[in-house]
Write a protein that binds this ligand. Sequence first.
Ligand SMILES: C[S@@+](CC[C@H](N)C(=O)[O-])C[C@H]1O[C@@H](n2cnc3c(N)ncnc32)[C@H](O)[C@@H]1O
Length: 200
Amino acid sequence: MGSWNERFSQEAYVFGTEPAGFLKAHAAAIPKGASVLCVADGEGRNSVYLAELGYRVTAFDSAPAALEKARALARARGVEVAFHEAGIEGWDWSQRFDAVVGVFIQFVGPPEKARLLRRIGDAVADGGLVLLHGYHPRQRDEGYRSGGPGAVENLYTEAELRAVFAGFEVLEAREYDAELVEGEGHLGRSALVDFIARKR
Ligand SMILES: C[S@@+](CC[C@H](N)C(=O)[O-])C[C@H]1O[C@@H](n2cnc3c(N)ncnc32)[C@H](O)[C@@H]1O
């Protein structure tokens, strides 16, 4: 990931070292001691937080510079995360986890977007959870400049996620605006979508 890697090649954590507010609010939905996969985890703010809560966390991202910072964050916090350098195409999706977390992973548009979401659903063990948080298309429609990809087709609505995860029991689905303060990468008024569902 050329441009992402360059963006992460600075000392500061682009999205900060604190977890996404979404995860802070909803991590307790994940059963104690569960295995968790963090997809495109970046500099580790979310995976490290989950490891601090006692979960068995695996994370992958395609940007080596992000992984280096993620490993440093885990060391600094005294926790272990199984970090892997992998892209969504190279990841071994046959592995199953009690929860799969995708926070701001909107780097692909159709048809790859649907494929990625399906793979995430397949990676959830029976009875396990999918937790997704990202920008809603209104982020672009409203002209908010707080972050996210330029391509509106990469983003998703609650309805879209409900359709992809139709076989799941939806525990939380919300579209809303909020002020994000997450490093320099996500800063300001944002149109967001949260989605948590359990595989039946
Ligand atoms: C907006 S950042 C979010 C990072 C992290 N989830 C967070 O919330 O801090 C998007 C991440 O996707 C990663 N990424 C981009 N394309 C990818 C791909 N094809 N496979 C895996 N990761 C990718 C980038 O390196 C970056 O870390």
